[in-house]
Design a protein around this ligand. Structure first.
Ligand code: AMP
Ligand code: ZN
Length: 464
């Protein structure tokens, strides 16, 4: 079976074929760094993490590019409101974004280009479009004339004769009914304050859409495999990206478009403007475990809407606990070699997991295969049919699945961080002569089955 992905362009599941054998170029629209991300945004990033991890599991080498939109209408408005420079303002949210990624165990992309570092690339692309006759100027701004791009509407699936020919729009976001010629380069006005670049196109700044066309092609080439985002990106953002990129190069641009559905709260999209959102920090402060949040966001198929509830996090916590207990029990198996039933069970599970995930990342099927495996192995264990050799094979199998899920190794990392922190505290207690506290920490670690070995080079630890 080969990997099949649902392509928004054709509205069909298609067999995935990369341009270069064994390699995938993946562009994922990144955050607009004007505020802290809410977990709706994070759902989109987790979906993209699942995609990249599964591509790697399937043997591809992935180059993922995720942009940082650090200049647009929203970031400029925000920096003005706070009275700080645009760079200072966006830096806070860039850092917060990377912290969210680490906290959710999202694998880093290979490149994180920031829009403000690519202004010349954007200008060059607009000049190419100008040379090919797709643009016009008006009051110092440059617009893309959508009626000149005959395929306009092919991603969002609407007909070009429904458009208002010649009408213009300056805003970065708008609805399908308002499809108009859009700004590639915006002329400076007072609202923009200190934010402008003096370029061949005049004094101003880029529109949001050109940022992604320029940065993706710069880092992935003029044709690449997969482009993703949330469904709200289909129009106008991705439609405009296609018009700009294909308009400039005259050839097809991206082969597969994947879009993730929204995270809802009581039937409405989680969003800043509705005020119905949680950040990861909000939830951590309420005591919710980030591993359970990762699992929750991961475990519903990306093309289904996901209704967010706090009870959903608890349910995810229980599901995860079953996996953690399973892994713990396997570590305790000490004696013996292998039973043939286990090898059979491993092979069947791998097949089922792969079949489900190959079907447009059917994660429910993938997880069902894993939990079925857990149930079967538990039955074998109860019948005395799991020996040391089996346990090692089962752990290896689970770790292999976990390169896709990212929930087991993540727990180990958290334990490592906790232990390292406690060792530091003990070290400080010892240097300040607080032997009682130092001993307490040693005992607490002992309860976690961790023993310490002190030496002149420092303290090492191992799990019993
Ligand atoms: P933004 O920072 O607003 O540009 O959004 C970053 C990503 O989050 C985009 O891919 C959006 O489509 C996605 N997104 C925004 N709100 C939601 C939501 N409620 N559920 C899922 N994805 C979302
Ligand atoms: Zn984008």
């Amino acid at each position: 079976m080969a990997l099949r992905l649902f392509n928004t362009l054709t509205r069909r599941k298609e067999e995935f074929q990369s341009i270069v054998e064994g390699k995938v170029g993946l562009y994922t629209c990144g955050p607009t760094v004007y505020d802290f991300a809410h977990i709706g945004n994070l759902r989109a990033f987790i979906f993209e993490d699942l995609l990249r991890r599964y591509l790697k599991y399937s043997g591809y080498q992935v180059k993922q590019v995720m942009n940082l939109t650090d200049v647009d209408d929203k970031t400029i408005r925000g920096s003005k409101e706070q009275g700080v420079s645009l760079a200072e303002y966006t830096q806070t949210y860039k850092e917060a974004f990377f912290e969210d990624l680490r906290n959710l165990n999202i694998e880093p992309a290979e490149v994180y280009p920031a829009a403000t570092d690519h202004i010349q690339d954007m200008v060059d692309l607009i000049l190419r479009l100008r040379d090919r006759g797709y643009t016009y100027e008006m009051d110092g701004a440059t617009y893309f004339r959508i009626s000149d791009f005959k395929e306009y509407g092919k991603l969002a699936h609407f007909k070009i004769d429904q458009l208002k020919v010649g009408a213009r729009i300056d805003a970065d976001s708008y609805e399908k009914e308002e499809a108009r010629d859009f700004a590639l380069w915006k002329a400076w006005d007072e609202e923009d304050g200190e934010v402008f670049w003096e370029t061949e196109l005049g004094k101003g700044r880029p529109g949001w859409h050109i940022e992604c066309s320029a940065m993706s092609m710069k880092h992935l080439g003029e044709q690449f495999d997969i482009h993703t985002g949330g469904v709200d990106n289909i129009f106008p953002h991705h439609e405009n990206e296609i018009a700009q990129s294909e308009g400039a190069t005259g050839k097809p641009w991206v082969n597969y478009w994947l879009h993730c559905e929204h995270l809802l709260v009581e039937g409405k999209k989680m969003s800043k403007s509705e005020g119905n959102y949680y950040t990861l920090k909000d939830l951590s402060e309420k005591g919710y475990d980030r591993k359970a949040i990762r699992y929750l966001l991961l475990s519903t198929h990306y093309r289904q809407q996901l209704n967010f509830t706090l009870a959903g996090i608890d349910a995810s916590r229980s599901a995860l606990q079953r996996l953690y207990d399973f892994m713990e029990n396997l570590k305790r198996v000490r004696k013996g070699g292998n039973h043939p039933e286990v090898a059979e069970c491993v092979a069947e599970t791998k097949k089922n997991f792969g079949q489900a995930m190959d079907d447009d990342l059917n994660i429910s099927g993938g997880l069902a295969a894993i939990f079925d495996f857990v149930r079967k192995i538990n039955i074998l264990a109860a019948g005395g049919k799991i020996a040391r050799g089996d346990a090692v094979e089962i752990v290896r199998t689970m770790e292999n699945f976990d390169t896709v899920l990212g929930v087991l190794e993540y727990k180990q990392r958290e334990i490592d961080e906790d232990v390292e922190r406690m060792i530091q505290e003990r070290h400080q207690a010892r240097t300040s002569g607080d032997w009682k506290k130092a001993d307490e920490i040693r005992d607490r670690l002992r309860e976690m089955d961790i023993i310490l070995e002190d030496s002149p080079e420092g303290t090492r630890w191992k799990i019993l």
